[in-house]
Design a protein around this ligand. Structure first.
Ligand SMILES: Nc1nc2c(c(=O)[nH]1)N[C@H]1C(S)=C(S)[C@@H](COP(=O)(O)OP(=O)(O)OC[C@H]3O[C@@H](n4cnc5c(=O)[nH]c(N)nc54)[C@H](O)[C@@H]3O)O[C@H]1N2
Ligand SMILES: Nc1nc2c(c(=O)[nH]1)N[C@H]1C(S)=C(S)[C@@H](COP(=O)(O)OP(=O)(O)OC[C@H]3O[C@@H](n4cnc5c(=O)[nH]c(N)nc54)[C@H](O)[C@@H]3O)O[C@H]1N2
Ligand SMILES: [Mo]
Length: 769
């Protein structure tokens, strides 16, 4: 890429709008699926169609005519692409040669078409039969201790595939089931059971219709869950205030033009999304939210003294909560100075936000990776529930907590047993149904799995989707260790680096995507997924499969299980492989409360909702109440010696042109970056203070004592971001993220607060100044 292709400018248009239509048309053309793509999109997120493979946002019962967004359409085009990576491609390029390829170019080859095995003599992946592949994988796994194998899942696989996968792994003998949520919303799954007795959000679409105030923390809606902009736009039409906390001024959170509304498009009308925008310091949310709570509690104290109506919902607090006094004491005694320092926000700004909160009958709090991917991610999520509990904003129409899930079925996978925590899986039930002894030892999280791979304790890695090696921290050490694995198996749709770097025995197994018609067993199969609002939907593919040799995920897992496990009449793997209705029956038997009448109800428009006791104010916690939690610290990053000085706090995030490690292209339209991903967004004062200039090329180095971690070739880019904070793209910057730098309890890598220093290499455009 030449420098002339790189453009950086400010973006001052609304999210959505013409820009998004243009971008959509071009990706359908690039993937050579203009017609097929347009046809498929009409079925996206529709009751009889397929669930989008991009984000997990709710699929309404009465969908829009076009119930998709720019990024969902990109994901569709990327999956149903006419491009192919057939065995010939792998014969032409050795694995070593492919190591030099960028993520975009690897996946850009297109869909995998045949099972492949790495051949040591030629260093090429070579076509093999399914039978021999699954036979050898099973043999290799049987030769190991079960604890030496890791079975990863990325959050796309259906409920059916996920259920079979966890059952296979447990019958094999371990709980080593890390998944992408270990890097994502695990902070939520650990935080919420202690506060409200649920591991998932409580908000449904109905609440969006009834809310009268929305708080929005650390989630980039315009890129990561654009269909939610419909709910936000509707709320704004009703004059509902939206109060946003984000270090970056993200255009999708500022304003939106609906590309599906002809009038808005013709008149260039746009909706203001955020009514207050607080550019909190990265990692400053615990401080900011404590500030909101302090303002509310202190004004409530005033009301109590004056004998006038209270600010807090004292009846709710008395009846439904535990620990209020201790939390209130903490809020009262924390100094505004400390809150301002931690959050980077002034007392007036926080008091103004608290005043909006106090005026609202029902408040929704939405959040994403900006809260969960910090060392104190769990406590920050708990702080957010503290705020909601103050005015009874859980278990009330129009109110609740709304973690925006990442992958399209990541929440559902947990529902059917994908978890490394044995206590969260229905082990007794599984034992009763399948007559085996389920393992009780704790399994490995993503971070544990990485440690095990580096230490050589883990010998085999099976990936059900995803691109583990690129998604995890500590890229360089991980790549070295990955090569020492005995067995690597990737069930995937596209080539990626987790396959190209590989173990002694390595397989790539091509699977069908969810958008494709699945004719396994000679019938048209369908699958099911759960969205961010806990509604469970059927999903049926609509396009022809990429290759006759690609197999469905349920088939691959069930066939591997049949080869791997001793015969067991109770676990009919062969039948499961060819009729997913039988898998759904097994899911219903395992979880009768959630999946009653699963086969029928999943076709209901809008899906069927999981029972959620917290919505009814039934608190499944140890105290039987909703718990206030006192924070141990407001500091997002105890490792960071001095947040001032020349240390910057780096957040690694997504562009508008990627889905996680899948890089569609090199433009981040909303942030005004095009033609490159190698940028370091910085505050102009920091640029000047550190003796840098916009456009300088720098090396970023992690501030950590244990070893050197660097990423070079980054271009200093002035951006509207608080002083002391910086931003760059994931996964390119993952070499900077130490494996030990993760959230307490949840072990989610703290990808949003990496302490770094920068070193100049050359001046703008390589002038060497
Ligand atoms: N198009 C597209 N959609 C996606 C994905 C994708 O890659 N592309 N990924 C999917 C997945 S798996 C996930 S988990 C979600 C991720 O969706 P998001 O949660 O939106 O994740 P990020 O892009 O990492 O951005 C996080 C946002 O948090 C802000 N932020 C960073 N640090 C802080 C902080 O300390 N405090 C606050 N308040 N804000 C902060 C950033 O400025 C950014 O706006 O999206 C899903 N949807
Ligand atoms: N620094 C930093 N690191 C991060 C993050 C961050 O914000 N910053 N975010 C973290 C988060 S939130 C997440 S969720 C993880 C994501 O980590 P992963 O879920 O592991 O990664 P993806 O990029 O979503 O996986 C892409 C690959 O999935 C395969 N694939 C696509 N569709 C299918 C399918 O239908 N079936 C199968 N079997 N395979 C398929 C394709 O081959 C593709 O190459 O990354 C985490 N890592
Ligand atoms: Mo995620």
């Amino acid at each position: 890429m030449s420098d002339d292709d790189i453009h950086i400018e400010e973006y001052d248009h609304p999210a959505g709008g013409w820009g998004s239509l243009k971008s959509l048309g071009s990706i359908l053309l690039e993937e050579h699926v203009a017609l097929a793509g347009a046809r498929a999109l009409m079925h996206q997120n529709k009751p009889d169609g397929y669930a989008c493979v991009s984000c997990a946002w709710a699929k309404p019962a009465a969908p829009h005519r076009f119930e998709f967004c720019e990024n969902g359409a990109k994901a569709t085009a990327w999956e149903i692409t006419a491009k192919r990576a057939p065995p010939e491609f792998f014969l032409e390029h050795t694995a070593r040669a492919l190591e030099g390829w960028r993520d975009h170019d690897l996946e850009g080859q297109g869909r995998l078409t045949a099972p492949l095995r790495w051949d040591a003599a030629t260093d090429c992946y070579v076509e093999v039969s399914w039978e021999s592949a699954l036979e050898e994988i099973a043999r290799e796994l049987r030769a190991l201790e079960p604890s030496e194998a890791v079975f990863y899942t990325s959050g796309r696989a259906s409920l059916e595939a996920s259920y079979l996968y966890q059952l296979m792994v447990r019958m094999y003998g371990c709980n080593n089931l890390p998944d992408s949520s270990n890097m994502c919303h695990e902070s939520t799954s650990v935080a919420l059971p202690k506060t409200i007795g649920a591991s998932i959000g409580t908000v449904t679409l109905e609440d969006f219709d009834q809310t009268d105030c929305i708080f929005f923390f650390g989630q980039n809606v315009g890129t990561s869950s654009p269909r939610m902009l419909h709910q936000l736009q509707d709320a704004r039409r009703r004059n509902v205030p939206i109060i946003t906390f984000n270090p970056l001024r993200e255009p999708g959170l500022v304003s939106f033009a609906n590309p599906q509304s002809p009038t808005e498009m013709l008149t260039a009308a746009e909706t203001q999304i955020s009514t207050q925008y607080h550019q909190v310091r990265t990692g400053g949310d615990a401080g900011a939210i404590l500030g909101l709570c302090k303002a509310l509690i202190e004004s409530d104290d005033d009301c109590a003294r004056q004998g006038i109506p209270r600010v807090l919902d004292t009846a709710f607090i008395a009846e439904h909560t535990h620990g209020f006094e201790a939390f209130a004491a903490c809020a009262r005694s924390t100094d505004w100075f400390d809150i301002e320092r931690a959050s980077g926000l002034g007392r007036e700004a926080l008091t103004a936000a608290a005043a909006q909160y106090a005026r609202a009958r029902a408040v929704i709090a939405i959040y994403g990776m900006g809260l969960t991917q910090h060392r104190n991610g769990v406590e920050t999520v708990q702080m957010l529930t503290n705020l909601l509990l103050l005015r009874g904003n859980i278990g009330k129409l129009g109110a609740g907590i709304c973690p925006v899930r990442g992958h399209s079925n990541v929440q559902g996978q947990r529902t059917v047993g994908i978890t490394e925590k044995p206590e969260l899986a229905p082990l007794e039930k599984l034992e009763e149904l399948y007559d085996f002894e389920a393992p009780r030892e704790k399994g490995l999280t993503t971070v544990d799995a990485c440690e095990g791979i580096i230490a050589g304790r883990v010998r085999a890695f099976v990936g059900l989707g995803g691109n583990f090696l690129r998604a995890v921290p500590e890229t360089e050490r991980m790549e070295k260790a990955w090569r020492r694995l005995r067995l690597t198996v990737q069930i995937a749709t596209k080539p990626n680096r987790s396959q190209i770097v590989h173990g002694d025995i390595a397989y790539i197994l091509p699977c069908l995507g969810r958008i494709e018609i699945d004719r396994t067993g000679g019938i048209e199969q369908s699958v099911s997924v759960e969205d961010s609002t806990s509604c469970i939907h059927a999903s049926r593919g609509v396009t022809e499969p990429a290759s006759p040799l690609a197999r469905s995920e349920p088939w691959i897992i069930a066939t591997l299980a049949a080869a791997l496990l001793p015969p067991n009449a109770r676990a009919p793997w062969e039948s499961w492989a060819s009729d997913y209705a039988l898998v759904r029956l097994a899911i219903e038997r395992t979880y009768p409360d959630i999946f009653r009448d699963f086969e029928q109800r999943r076709w209901q428009p809008g899906g069927f909702a999981r029972p959620l006791p917290a919505r009814q104010r039934i608190w499944k916690t140890a105290s039987g109440k909703a718990n206030f939690i006192v924070p141990t610290s407001l500091d997002a990053d105890p490792d960071m010696a001095s947040p001032e000085g020349n240390v910057l706090r780096l957040m690694t995030l997504r562009s508008n042109d990627q889905f996680n490690t899948t890089v569609y292209g090199y433009d981040d339209r909303f942030r005004g970056v095009s033609g490159t991903r190698s940028v370091l967004m910085m505050n102009t004062d920091d640029i000047a203070r550190l003796g840098l200039h916009d456009g300088d090329l720098i090396v970023a180095a992690t501030v950590a004592d244990d070893m050197k971690r660097e990423v070079g070739g980054l271009r200093v880019t002035a951006h509207d971001i608080p002083r002391g904070c910086a931003a760059a793209y994931y996964p390119e910057c993952n070499p900077l993220l130490p494996l030990w730098h993760h959230a307490a309890e949840s072990k989610v890598p703290a990808a949003k607060s990496i302490p770094i220093r920068v070193r100049k290499v050359s001046g703008p455009r390589g002038s060497g100044s």
